[in-house]
Design a protein around this ligand. Structure first.
Ligand code: GA4
Length: 339
């Protein structure tokens, strides 16, 4: 697979002459949260892929559809109206530019910090819309998704046999937890439509470049448009079939560290689509800024050491925001094994 950059002012990444990515249909780990085997399936999926799909998640359909419709309204506004939400630096409205270090994707987005009061985004400046409706849809959705995140983290702790059961979930439930919410809109890409190609053919344009999430856990829900791909342990990229009724869960870098590498954060990306627009909503559960990120003592096997140097979430986040999307952010914090 060759990754090329276009020699024009907007340096999108393209994947050319690559074989279509196989679809991750038969192997995708599926967890039914209402079943007793959920905890063991979650642990296995986090070890093998750092990724799984969740059904019976408990997030009301109504909360999902209200936020989806508010988001669709927002993204349909003229650019100058969307820009009134403030530039994504890092929180606000962003268009094509991701982060501060030159990453570009075929995407526009709203990035919000969600733990204070849902007022951080200047939704009130959006003309013609009722900001309160948007705010309340966000609040209902995030409350329900955070509850699911906690349930999943508690099941992980149980499955890993670690005490107390809320050792992970309390980090994202903490009042000071540094969690983020993202709405991504990937418009259809006319250039791909003209060429008659979409994400199953030989040319692809990057919607959101490959990366791992820095936080503990991320919960993603999208409409029925394809685009999401994850990287398997052997480096193969596979397409994840969209499913608007389910959630997809990513292990983040912080959870990789807390499990001393037993769970791996999943590398993922989104490819642009020539015909359909994709809308995704992602909750990133992060710990408080002063939280020490280190392997849980019971997960350091006898005779083994922590694979990572000590750091706080503040330090990791600061360092992460200085990187490019595709960088290996944890590399800097790995301990060199004594020979
Ligand atoms: C990836 C996960 C989340 O979307 C995000 C992203 C953040 C941003 O968009 O500002 C980052 C990226 C993400 C990791 C490296 C840095 C920071 C863009 C970027 C190039 C909100 C996050 O927390 O980290």
């Amino acid at each position: 697979m060759v990754v090329l950059s276009k020699a024009n002012s907007e340096k999108y990444s393209y994947l050319r002459n690559s074989k279509p990515a196989p679809t991750f249909l038969s192997t995708i780990p599926l967890v039914d949260l209402s079943k007793p085997d959920a905890k063991s399936l979650i642990v296995k999926a986090c070890e093998d892929f750092g990724f799984f799909k969740v059904v019976n998640h408990g997030v009301p359909v109504d909360a999902i559809s209200k936020l989806e419709s508010e988001a669709a309204n927002f993204f349909s506004l003229p650019l100058h109206e969307k820009q009134k939400a403030g530039p994504a630096n890092p929180f606000g409205y962003g268009n094509k530019h991701i982060g501060r270090n030159g990453d570009i994707g075929w995407v526009e987005y709203l990035l919000l910090t969600i733990n204070q009061d849902y007022n951080s985004l200047k939704l009130s400046s959006l003309s013609g819309k009722d900001p309160e409706v948007f705010r309340s849809a966000l609040k209902d959705y995030v409350t329900a998704v955070r509850k699911m995140a906690c349930e999943i983290l508690d099941l992980m702790a149980e499955g890993l046999n670690i005490q107390p059961r809320n050792v992970l979930s309390r980090l994202v439930m903490d009042k000071q937890s540094d969690s983020v919410f993202r709405l991504n809109h990937y418009p259809p890409c006319p250039e791909l439509a003209t060429n008659g190609v979409d994400d199953d053919t030989t040319e692809n344009k990057i919607g959101f470049g490959e990366h791992t999430d820095p936080q503990i856990i991320a919960l993603l829900r999208s409409n029925n448009t394809s685009g999401l791909q994850i990287s398997l342990r052997d480096g193969t990229w596979v397409s994840v079939p969209p499913d608007e009724t389910s959630f997809f869960v990513n292990v983040g870098d912080s959870l990789q560290v807390m499990t001393n590498g037993r769970f791996k954060s999943v590398k993922h990306r989104v490819l642009a689509n020539g015909f359909k627009s994709r809308l995704s909503m992602i909750y990133f559960g992060g710990p408080p800024l002063n939280q020490k990120i280190a392997p849980l003592p019971s997960l350091i096997l006898t005779g083994k050491e922590s694979l990572y140097k000590e750091f706080t979430w503040f330090e990791y986040k600061n360092s992460a925001y200085g990187t490019r999307l595709a960088d290996n952010r944890l590399g800097h914090f790995e301990r060199i094994a004594a020979s």
